[in-house]
Design a binder for this molecule. Sequence first.
Ligand SMILES: Cc1cc2nc3c(=O)[nH]c(=O)nc-3n(C[C@H](O)[C@H](O)[C@H](O)COP(=O)(O)OP(=O)(O)OC[C@H]3O[C@@H](n4cnc5c(N)ncnc54)[C@H](O)[C@@H]3O)c2cc1C
Length: 509
Amino acid sequence: MSIPFISDDQIVIVGSGPTGTVAAWTLVKAGFKVTLLESGCSFPKSLHLRVRDREIRRPYALELRDHVAYPQFENLDDPLTRWFKAHLLGGLGSFWGGVVLRFAPEDFTEGESISERYRWPIGYADLEPCYSRVEHLIGVSGGKVSVPVLPACHVNHTLEVPPEFSDLAAAAQKLDRWLLPANHVYGKSTLFSQIPSPANIGVRLLGQLRRHKNFRLISNAHVTQLHLHQTKALVAGVEYLDRQSGELCFQSGRAVMLAAGQLGSTQILLNCSNGIINADGLIGRYLHDNMYAAYTYQIDRPPLKESLVSYLTRPDYSKAKPLQTTGFQVYAGALNQKPLANSKLRSNLGLGSPPPQDEGVPLLFACFGTQIPHDSRCVSLHPHAKDEYGLPLLRISTRHDSDDIATLDEGRRAVEALMEIAGWQFSSKSSAIEPPGTSVHFGGTVRMHTDPKLGVVNAVNAMHEIPNLFVIDASCFTTSVEKNPTLTAMAIAMRAADLLSQNSRSLGH
Ligand SMILES: Cc1cc2nc3c(=O)[nH]c(=O)nc-3n(C[C@H](O)[C@H](O)[C@H](O)COP(=O)(O)OP(=O)(O)OC[C@H]3O[C@@H](n4cnc5c(N)ncnc54)[C@H](O)[C@@H]3O)c2cc1C
């Protein structure tokens, strides 16, 4: 496929989160000039201390909530729906848990058996080289064993399932699931950092990019819409609000890559007043969530050193209905860890008083479920109301339906069966199905599909109608997968940047 380019030599990227910065890094390394526009201008700084795979102090979303924008939006369905957005350098990478999981080959194909509309235009083999390169770039701690439902990452620091969990691991296989070490972004066992986390990929990569003459960051630049060439066949650049001066500005580019995060890129596209961009009304539809439920049990076990101990996979593909399954992060003994005793050190680290000690060990199965992406779940723009930037308010229309509740409930039954098979005594402490958006993994509203009637972007993440306009965050996902999405979104962003640079070269630019 060839991509026509306009004369401006800049490639414009919108968003400095994990996906935007990985694309910028790839293009700058390939010799391209990149201008990155970011609505935020800073990132929260706080201490992160991790010793021998044990978190001593980890700034996290709740502690840093003052920095997170809870954007205004209108709920058209479930009134408890959540939408998190962080207008910061590094995006939501300031807060994420850093759990990185590859999608398995079947994650790209299992939806096809339900409907043509769930057919991804790319497969695992297309992404594998980029998974490897992203993993080398960010550093991964985790297991080295691939299982049919979860390919292993390239890991710098190997983790094992704690021996205390070996009977659970054996039980998992009887349920056609696997209990594995939980992969993290760290890549080493001990770290000390002044930023929230070295997991803040965006901030880390911006540090390298800013030293490069081909890279320019414009912060405080809130992109409001896109401008097309008169022919309407190409994007000419982006309009943005300078948040300091309040002025509207324009940045031209030979290509534009949108990486404004969950629902952010979609909002920009929907706001394009020319309407031609959304001629088929597909943008905003097929919203899907990585549904979240928290199942907590009291178990009769000694406390563990670590809190996040393992990852319980989905069942084998032959054992679950397509697109209706669950995977789990398993946390144990967090409240029972021996607290750091030295009170002066505690105070220097900002740790406050030791947490109260609970009886027995709490075991949390943090459940992530897939959702069949119906086109009726959607986001759209409010006809009159405006957000804090004077742009039309986003409306979100979604709720968990009976299929979704059944998927999450099947997950709860699976973890209880797991403990029973392992011979563990347990009692339920709480079981909470959280509202849509809780996992901060919305996707699908600018979906990939080969057929322009079923998807907004093609296999190289370019819009079918506008070949120099790309959408490279998780809004391009065709279906929802139970695995955390950010590693895959970064691999897709890197691949799109690679292909853009190759196609550009073949045209002699
Ligand atoms: C508490 C928490 C825990 C999480 N844990 C995990 C995990 O363990 N594993 C996992 O895979 N994922 C996790 N996530 C999700 C993860 O953070 C996101 O998937 C990831 O950050 C998405 O990267 P992104 O670059 O696409 O978007 P973002 O990180 O959202 O970055 C988007 C950037 O675009 C900018 N932007 C938005 N709109 C505009 C505009 N109009 N103009 C200019 N700039 C704009 C924003 O300011 C932001 O900097 C977690 C999220 C949270 C909040």
